[in-house]
Design a protein around this ligand. Structure first.
Ligand SMILES: Cc1ncc(COP(=O)(O)O)c(C=O)c1O
Length: 463
């Protein structure tokens, strides 16, 4: 790449950042985007400047997830150091399987894993980056399967009848992964939750007992630290006690809430985490790092190599296994998802990250207070994380969320809680101000009023 080419790129980025300042929400129907953008692939290549112009054009049509009106997903906002780290990872283009190819990036990844493992209280533990929380969960499930059912890596799973437990609020990746790994989706039990959305230990025990009586082999319990819709935290000590009594693997899906471990104020939500066998932790959610950056951490060292390593003498040529992480990861060629997190952590430190997490929780609490004060709004649950679920009086939730996007006022999602459609406001961008939250509520109230049928005209007074 020539310096002049980089300069042209950097001018394009500058232009896009300027353009971002004047849009609140950038949402467009697919048909309009298709009409506006020329996306077909050419027979003859185009010059770099034209490609850059097309990239900018795509950028101008791309939903703005860093916007103060974006509340739709479990990510949002931007940490400049992390964005730069990710851009440089693309520039360097290393593959993270060997020190020979990735150099200090392997050491950076090891440093992050050691720090995160220690925050989890997994003394002497280990971990690996994966392409996302779903796959971190899958990895934990695969390791657990191999540990509980000795020899399945070689012999497969014939006749085992294994069963998995997760709560009704757990993430869908658990069921999906059960299908992928040959356990079968039908063999995932849905454990009941309490009124805060937390898994009930008594129901977990009852489900396990039923399966044992049926001749099945329970082996894996998925606890969630920060459920996808409500942000609830399953009680780790009570549930691990039940799981341990039956010799089950305890996994904590902290894709959303794992980062709370960095905050002295918030980490009590994961009390007992050191009792777990494995932990999923997404840095691309509350830690503000560009997608994807996720780790699967294990309490005991040695299991990743035991369940993942393969020999490839053309590739793995270092005497020290820690310098060939390709032996302990799911992929072969692997993107560098560590550098951006390292850059962000360098920039913020543990303290800055703690302040970030605390700020998100404060924003969620602020939003909850605003809902409580508004007669037309009803808070579904007191938020335990960054998710704030509520309903709007006499307004259809789905239609309201759609109208907000269509009228370019805000991007927010909806979900089901106990069979009821609710708005899920995700306060995950700590750079927002309270006034941004206020604007969101002003917009939602305005839109709800517009959607209601005009009030019936008063009937004429009797003569
Ligand atoms: C609790 C939980 N686990 C796992 C996932 C999946 O994470 P990813 O999107 O990184 O695959 C999510 C995503 O929202 C989640 O909320």
């Amino acid at each position: 790449m020539k310096i002049s080419e980089w300069r042209a790129f950097s001018r394009s980025v500058e232009f896009l950042l300027e353009a971002e300042r004047s849009v609140s929400v950038r949402a467009q129907a697919p048909a309009l985007a298709e009409a506006d953008l020329e996306l077909s692939l050419p027979q003859r290549g185009r010059g770099l400047n034209e490609v850059l112009a097309r990239l900018v054009e795509v950028g101008l049509h791309t939903p703005n997830t860093a916007s103060p009106r974006f509340f739709n997903q479990l990510f949002g906002g931007r940490i400049p150091a992390a964005t730069f780290g990710d851009m440089l990872a693309a520039l360097f283009n290393n593959s993270m399987y060997t020190y020979k190819v990735a150099g200090p990036h392997v050491l950076i990844e090891n440093e992050l894993l050691a720090h995160m493992t220690s925050l989890a209280g997994f003394v002497g533990g280990e971990g690996t980056f994966t392409p996302g929380g779903s796959l971190s969960n899958l990895l934990a499930m695969i390791v657990a399967r191999g540990e509980v059912f000795d020899g399945t890596r070689e012999a497969g799973m014939t006749e085992l009848k294994p069963t998995i437990y997760t709560s009704s609020e757990g993430h869908y990746s658990i069921r999906k992964n059960a299908g992928l790994m040959g356990v079968g989706r039908d063999n995932v039990r849905t454990v009941k939750t309490d009124d805060r959305g937390r898994m009930l230990p008594a129901d977990l025990r009852a489900c396990i007992e039923r399966d044992l009586a049926d001749g099945r082999r329970p082996f894996f319990v998925n606890l969630t630290a920060g459920t996808t819709v409500l942000g609830a935290f399953d009680p780790i000590p009570e549930l691990s006690e039940v799981a341990r009594a039956y010799g089950l693997w305890v996994h904590v899906d902290g894709a959303l809430g794992g980062s709370m471990l960095v905050s002295p104020r918030a980490r009590e939500r994961l009390e007992g985490i050191e009792l777990a066998d494995s932990l999923t932790w997404d840095a691309h959610k509350t830690m503000g790092v560009p997608l994807t950056s996720s780790v699967c951490l294990l309490r005991r060292r040695g299991l990743l190599a035991k369940h993942l390593s393969e020999s490839a003498d053309y590739l793995f040529q270092d005497d020290q296994p820690r310098l060939d992480p390709g032996q302990t990861s799911m992929q072969c060629g692997r993107r560098n998802d560590a550098l951006k997190l390292w850059a962000a952590w360098q920039n913020l430190g543990d303290d800055g990250y703690a302040a970030r997490i605390d700020r998100m929780l404060d924003l969620a609490a602020y939003a909850a207070a605003r809902i409580r004060a508004e007669p037309e709004l009803r808070l579904v649950k007191t938020p335990e994380s960054v998710n704030v679920c509520f309903t709007v009086d006499r307004a259809p939730t789905e239609g309201l969320c759609r109208a907000l996007v269509e009228r370019q006022r805000a991007v927010v999602g909806h979900a089901q809680v106990n069979g009821e459609a609710v708005v899920r406001l995700v306060c995950i961008n700590p750079d927002l101000r309270e006034s941004d939250i206020d604007t969101f509520f002003d917009e939602i109230l305005r839109t709800a009023a517009e959607l209601r049928p005009a009030a019936a005209a008063p009937s004429p007074a009797p003569a």
